[in-house]
Design a protein around this ligand. Structure first.
Ligand SMILES: [Zn+2]
Ligand SMILES: [Zn+2]
Ligand SMILES: [Zn+2]
Length: 312
């Protein structure tokens, strides 16, 4: 069979590098940075499929045709199918952190393409550092080690240099805001820059010191990016969004094993201050722990259960 050189790796590396080259330019360039980065990574992932079996890069495998491949006259696999095939055909499960960042990229890319562009280059850099941190080892393992391109490829070297430059830049910005961030009672992760630099008070107030701006719809965006209800519940685990002991909204989350935050009213109790209601009505609703004068504590009940006792 005739050997077709699709140049997907070459174009992929070119696109990624070009995207990093233009990030410090104007807003218009920033938009193309996102488009190019997404296109470049997608080409790299496609190459992995192509090496396994060329028909896999057709969106509909039943349409796979060598002549169409040669002339480029075909619909190539879309992003969603691409990821699915990598998993099914290649048993290549993207690391969760990498796939999270790719999801971020896809979303920003769509925004850049369809809406007016608002995100700043600082925010993009912060995210790209995180993306490249996972992407580079991925490319090494799944492409360089397989011989799809070489480790001394000039473009790959330059991409790694960009990572270091951006990383240094992001760290410098973090140091600039360090003092004020240290004073935040419970700093939270920002759904824009993904740094832990948000001061959150209640659903009307969330300020990110890295982004240096108020974050609109912080609660919804935070849940969208960082609260994975699906994975938690599917394996029989409990819902990460719990009922708040203060405002009763189902927006009470545990951000590490000890610290809780309500994304509606902004209360931030720790594990020590909480217990579960052992009343007969609710299903172990979280309530505040009631301490007695001698330092012990007594059972506390939720309003529902207290109501039940009153009328029983
Ligand atoms: Zn931020
Ligand atoms: Zn609350
Ligand atoms: Zn109860």
């Amino acid at each position: 069979m005739e050997d077709i050189n699709l140049k997907m790796v070459d174009n992929g590396l070119d696109f990624i590098l070009k995207s990093l080259d233009t990030i410090d330019k104007s807003d218009e360039d920033l938009k193309y940075s996102l488009l190019n980065l997404h296109a470049g990574i997608q080409l790299m992932l496609k190459e992995i499929l192509y090496q396994k079996d060329w028909s896999l890069i057709f969106q509909r495998i039943e349409d796979a045709d060598f002549e169409k491949l040669r002339t480029g006259d075909f619909s190539s696999v879309n992003y969603k199918t691409l990821i699915k095939r990598l998993k099914e055909e290649y048993d290549l499960d993207l690391d969760k952190k990498l796939s999270d960042k790719l999801r971020w990229l896809k979303k920003e890319r769509n925004k850049a393409e369809h809406y007016q562009f608002v995100v700043s280059s600082d925010v993009i850099k912060s995210n790209i550092v995180q993306l490249l941190t996972y992407l580079i080892p991925f490319l090494k393992e799944n492409m360089i080690e397989k011989g799809y391109f070489t480790a001394d490829d000039d473009r790959f070297t330059q991409i790694k240099e960009y990572l270091h430059t951006f990383d240094a830049y992001v760290n410098e910005r973090l140091i600039l805001v360090e003092d004020v961030v240290d004073k935040i009672d419970v700093p939270m992760k920002c759904p824009e820059c993904f740094q832990e630099t948000v001061e959150f008070t209640d659903e009307t107030g969330a300020f990110c010191y890295f982004c240096n701006e108020y974050i609109d719809n912080f609660s919804d965006n935070y849940i969208y990016h960082f609260v994975d209800r699906y994975s938690a519940i599917k394996d029989g685990g409990h819902d990460p969004l719990m009922e708040c002991p203060s405002c009763d909204y189902e927006t009470f989350i545990c951000i590490d094993d000890y610290q809780y935050v309500c994304l509606s009213c902004g209360v931030k109790p720790t594990q020590d201050e909480l217990t579960t209601c052992h009343g007969p009505v609710c299903a172990e609703k979280i309530v505040y722990r009631r301490y007695t004068d001698d330092g012990g504590y007594e059972p506390n009940f939720c309003n529902l259960c207290l109501d039940y006792f009153k009328h029983a």
